[in-house]
Design a protein around this ligand. Structure first.
Ligand SMILES: O=P(O)(O)OC[C@H]1O[C@H](O[C@H]2O[C@H](CO)[C@@H](O)[C@H](O)[C@H]2O)[C@H](O)[C@@H](O)[C@@H]1O
Ligand SMILES: O=c1ccn([C@@H]2O[C@H](COP(=O)(O)OP(=O)(O)O)[C@@H](O)[C@H]2O)c(=O)[nH]1
Length: 732
């Protein structure tokens, strides 16, 4: 087992929860069990975990209902640091074969939902989902039983989408991460799922949610935005101040384990044996679970086309396809097996001779040493997945090719294409002629090009390992939890202004600075208002109770008053023109001396080339959201939806943010703010915070001060919350 066995009290305890344990059990007697390593990339990669004290929690691949069996299996598994979740036959059938493998797996891989035409199918889907939730609770019970304070709980894959929520319900302080090993499809696909919202919400209960590629993460955020109406940010998904971090962690393999294995006598023996067996022929290798996502029929058809077009190669090449049996109780997998056998039979019938056939097909798995031997001897590895979360077979092949420097043909629909794309020949597996040409190109590739390509891939595979992947995930998870605590302190536990102290300090000080917001801070009534279905802009006005106090404060020579607002110059002129105060308009871009003219504070930010395209998006939503309106200022655009139907407008705002955010990724020239009932777009860096320094420098330059400022009070409207936020600070 790759799980480390020595106890080290200083190692971080990690509870890895996955449907499948790294070992599958076979019963040899009442209390006697044989444990075999489970197949599949999830297990392979997690076996490479180092530096943690790992405990696995999962299903041992077998139903055990009797007490003797459960006890003895628990004991055998404990030696491998594994803790079993006992699922009975019916649960396995409904949860694993049913909901996981017939509904979620095809949906996540763009194969769509089952399209059977009987009402009973809908009913059975519902009962499968109920069982899915029940099974997830069974996993949670086992986690809760073994959880110790300070443990990190790392949930894996689509089998356990419900688990983060159940765990957090049990203990809000538990640190929970969730990682998806498959693709996450476009939100257009995910939204077809009847349970779409429930699943997304449960996953979002985790502190961090991880994916193999940026595309998958983006699709997930977009599903949360579109389906749940939540806010997507570059950090993750936000729901009423709670952030679930969404990030990308491409998995790797324990490359050194494969490299070291090549020197083992067992592997060398295999290599010698295979070399004799395939002598005189180039070896093309396919290693896949016999799954529809792996594109095995497409691979065989492409090979057939290659033989058709290159008859000279018929006796000089062999395609060895290892098709590892998987999910054999699911009818779709049984049908796939027949289909694959049919194509293999036809191609071998067409191109075989009395002594040899071009396709060598095995419906079985291989042991690790045999697999390494094959990888090392292969000339061309052929991966034609129609969709694949990552595809570790391609990594393993590369790790074993230091001598041979063979060619990797890789589907562009495998996550691995995003990391091995430079060295591999990328193909669209649906394009049979293209794959056939790639086979021909690979077989004839000059050694110099092979070496170059191999070097690129080898470098990646040996540096982006499973260990690095796990380390990154766990450290990001730790950071996320600390940040969340900090955020909670800053957001909700902000101490309120001690008014008496503020007054006391005010009286004692003799050179004061007051920085005041305007809209929502000094204003009187809501503006605009709606009369007869029309939005009437009444203009902002100063609260009547504030006229006199403001006049008195601003005429005090020991007090400098600045109104710092998002409003335009003319609005501030009209309202505060008669007061002895500094005015800063459009979030501090423009500044006016109490008795002088307006000046521009940040000329370098005034490039407004983005306005046209952004305005287009804002107008689109304005037209489609009754009672919303667009405000254009000199340096910003604001879409205001305070009068629109709240739920719909919020939904529209999320959608708009998604468009703006995606645009922003391509052209980072604007900042986008989501206010209480508005979306505001400004040139990058135009914030009150950023302008305050320049404003203070200007004031200090203009005003003769005999003593340093010894009192500062900022009063403003806090974005993201509707209440007024006040803070004060005394300077000495
Ligand atoms: O447990 P099974 O139902 O027998 O299936 C085996 C595993 O298949 C999937 O593997 C995925 O994980 C790999 C590692 O991240 C990735 O490279 C590959 O693209 C995926 O298909 C599945 O996600 C696992 O849960 C299964 O254990
Ligand atoms: O006979 C075999 C053939 C393959 N594998 C392993 O199965 C994993 C397949 O992972 P991949 O990511 O390519 O796809 P998955 O099967 O997880 O979808 C790889 O680590 C292989 O080494 C295995 O255990 N036994």
């Amino acid at each position: 087992m790759g799980c480390e066995k020595e106890e080290n009290p200083y190692k971080q305890r990690l509870l890895v929860v996955a449907n499948r344990l790294p070992v599958s059990a076979v019963r040899m007697g009442d209390d006697n069990w044989k444990l075999n390593i489970s197949a599949g990339g999830l297990v392979s990669s997690l076996l490479g975990l180092k530096g943690f004290e790992v405990k696995w929690i999962g299903w041992a691949g077998v139903s055990v209902t009797d007490e003797v069996g459960q006890k003895s299996l628990t004991k055998s598994l404990a030696k491998e640091r594994c803790i079993p979740v006992f699922l009975d036959e019916e649960t396995i059938d409904q949860y694993y074969n049913g909901y996981c493998n017939k509904i979620l797996w095809p949906m996540l891989h763009y194969l769509g939902l089952p399209q059977e035409d009987r009402l009973s199918t809908t009913q059975s889907t519902q009962s499968q989902f109920d069982m899915y939730k029940k099974a997830n609770r069974m996993f949670a019970d086992v986690v809760n039983k073994h959880y110790q304070q300070g443990d990190i709980v790392w949930c894996h894959d689509y089998h356990l989408m419900f688990l983060p929520q159940v765990l957090k319900e049990f203990n809000t302080q538990m640190t929970v991460g969730w990682f998806l090993h498959t693709p996450f499809p476009s939100s257009e696909i995910h939204r077809t799922l009847p349970t779409r919202s429930e699943l997304l919400r449960s996953v979002l209960a985790a502190d961090i949610v991880g994916f193999h590629t940026y595309d998958y993460a983006r699709h997930f955020v977009s599903a949360c935005t579109k389906i749940l109406g939540l806010e997507g940010t570059p950090e993750g998904v936000e729901d009423q101040g709670k952030l679930t971090r969404v990030a990308t962690f491409p998995i790797g393999i324990d490359a050194s384990r494969f490299i070291r294995a090549l020197d083992l006598p067992e592997v060398q023996e295999y290599i010698t044996d295979f070399r004799e067996r395939f002598a005189g022929r180039k070896l093309i290798l396919g290693v896949d679970r016999l799954d529809m996502i792996k594109g095995i029929p497409q691979k065989l058809l492409a090979f057939e086309k290659f033989l058709e077009e290159n008859p000279d190669w018929c006796s000089k090449v062999v395609l060895l396809q290892i098709a590892v049996p998987t999910r054999t109780d699911v009818p779709e997998y049984q049908k796939l097996k027949s289909k694959v056998h049919e194509i293999v039979g036809r191609v071998n019938g067409r191109f075989g001779t009395l002594t040899s056939v071009p396709i060598h097909h095995l419906d079985r798995s291989l042991d690790f040493h045999a697999l390494c031997g094959l990888y090392a001897l292969t000339d061309v590895a052929l991966v034609t997945s129609l969709r694949d979360g990552m595809n570790l077979v391609s990594y393993e092949f590369v790790a074993c090719q230091a001598l041979k420097k063979g060619v990797l043909i890789l589907s562009e629909f495998a996550g691995a294409a995003q990391s091995l794309g430079a060295g591999a020949i990328l193909v669209n597996p649906w394009n049979i002629p293209e794959v056939a040409s790639a086979i021909s190109y690979a077989l004839n590739m000059p050694s110099e090009e092979r070496e170059k390509r191999h070097q690129l891939n080898f470098m990646h595979v040996t540096t982006h390992t499973a260990q690095e992947w796990a380390k990154m995930f766990v450290s990001e998870l730790d950071e996320t939890v600390v940040e969340a605590q900090l955020r909670a302190t800053q957001l909700w536990a902000q101490p309120s202004l001690p008014v008496n102290v503020a007054i006391e300090q005010y009286v004692k000080s003799d050179n004061r600075l007051l920085i005041l917001g305007f809209n929502g801070t000094l204003t009187s009534i809501e503006n605009p208002i709606i009369i007869d279905d029309q939005i009437i802009d009444l203009g902002l006005s100063l609260h009547p109770d504030l006229h006199e106090p403001l006049r008195r404060i601003s005429s005090d020579p020991n007090t400098t008053v600045v109104v710092l607002s998002g409003s335009e110059k003319h609005v501030l002129d009209e309202i505060f023109g008669g007061y002895n105060m500094w005015l800063a308009a459009e979030n501090g871009i423009f500044l006016r001396h109490p008795t002088g003219d307006w000046m521009t504070m940040m000329p370098e930010f005034l490039g407004m080339e983005w306005v046209g395209s952004i305005k287009h998006i804002l107008e689109y939503f304005t037209k489609r959201t009754h009672y919303s309106f667009l405000e254009q200022r000199e340096t910003s655009l604001i879409w205001n939806y305070q009068f629109a139907e709240a739920k719909f407008a919020r939904h529209q705002a999320k959608d708009m943010l998604l468009h703006l955010w995606e645009g922003q990724v391509c052209s980072p020239t604007v900042d986008v703010y989501h206010g209480a009932q508005s979306v505001e777009v400004r040139a990058v860096g135009v914030t009150k915070g950023a302008s305050i320094d320049r404003i203070l420098a200007k004031i200090a330059y203009n005003k003769v001060m005999n003593a340093p400022i010894n009192y500062v009070l900022c009063v403003g409207h806090f974005l993201g919350k509707t209440s007024i936020h006040i803070s004060s600070q005394s300077l000495v």
